[in-house]
Design a binder for this molecule. Sequence first.
Ligand SMILES: Cc1ncc(COP(=O)(O)O)c(C=O)c1O
Length: 410
Amino acid sequence: MDIQAIRADFPILKREINGNPLIYFDNAATAQKPRQVIEAMTDYYEKHNGNVHRAVHTLSLEATEMYEKSREKTANFINARDSSELIFVRGTTEAINLVAYSWGLANLCKDDEVLVTLMEHHSNIVPWEITSKLKVFTIKYANVNSDGSLDYEDFENKLSNKTKIACLSHVSNVTGIINDVERVSKAVHEKGALMLVDGAQSVPHMPTDVQALDADFLAFSGHKMLGPTGIGGLYGKKELLEKMPPFQGGGEMIKEVAFGKGEGCTVSWNELPWKFEAGTPNMSGAIGLAAAIKYLEGLGMENVLNHEKDLTKYAVERMQNFSKVIIHGCCDFSKKCGIVPFGVKGLSSHDVALFCDNYGIMIRSGYHCAQPFHEQVLKLQSSDRASFYVYNTKEEIDRFADVLQEIEQL
Ligand SMILES: Cc1ncc(COP(=O)(O)O)c(C=O)c1O
């Protein structure tokens, strides 16, 4: 990949922060946007804006066509069988809530079990905790080894005939470890349960094939993959989505709202995917997401992954030279994408992040919405995280290493 050409596409990378060139290493939180995405959204608002699926006028028809083409592009990107299996949502969080409330409340009851893992982001834990109070099912947590890898044996032992759904992140947002979802998915299906994959940290960084993963559901966020905020996807197998009740009610998700003769109001649902898209959807967001996907496809997702692995290996090698810098989790680069979790002895994670910010380097500090992972597995209150993407370079990592050296000498 021609990284300098890529960098030229991202206007924000020209910024200086505290008199230093911006180095953006917080890509696991949200990615920057290339001008192609910004221009696609501006073009939509300047020339085509109208509400979708409603009116017969030209702008509405154009907006509808652009919105539905964006759905096709997004569905193809994850190799869904059909674009009706792709529901546009606000992001990963809303996608998992949709499954927990719609599928979960309709299918789970007392004695049923949901299996999650201790490495999950809060958005793959809390929706299940909330719905478990409504339907009184049990949530089991599979263990994670101290190096941050999934304890596959524990996961498989905790699967039982009572398990109805298992939920796992494809890539951990704390360590960047890539989980063997195909293995897990096979074990889950052998028990007759469903497999939900949290793709928030995988879909932006590697080729994704929902059919090869045999995922029943896959959730992901547009803003982490060069797209805008407020848009993301929920993939679901058609036969499951068809049987699920709507998540929210409102315009567009209905076929009919009719008053019969003295029978009150009867409501019937629209077809997939619109049954799950109540109200005016995020049209410009979907169009921006499609532009981001086009951009990523132009680079090639294998190349994106290799670039990130290369940067991760380089960063870890540089960081290992500092005696006070501790790198958390496994360093087997074949099983990791572009995330390096670390800490500096004697300093809080926020102190380290603020020091880096003084030099224009943006890293994340805290527990990254994964408090159980930090407390139960890593035995830490918090950590720092450098996370890379397509526009990052080894020179930026060198600059970061210089700043770590200064921190170490404090
Ligand atoms: C693994 C994982 N799951 C879920 C989420 C939630 O994503 P969003 O806030 O875009 O809904 C994130 C965000 O960081 C994540 O890293």
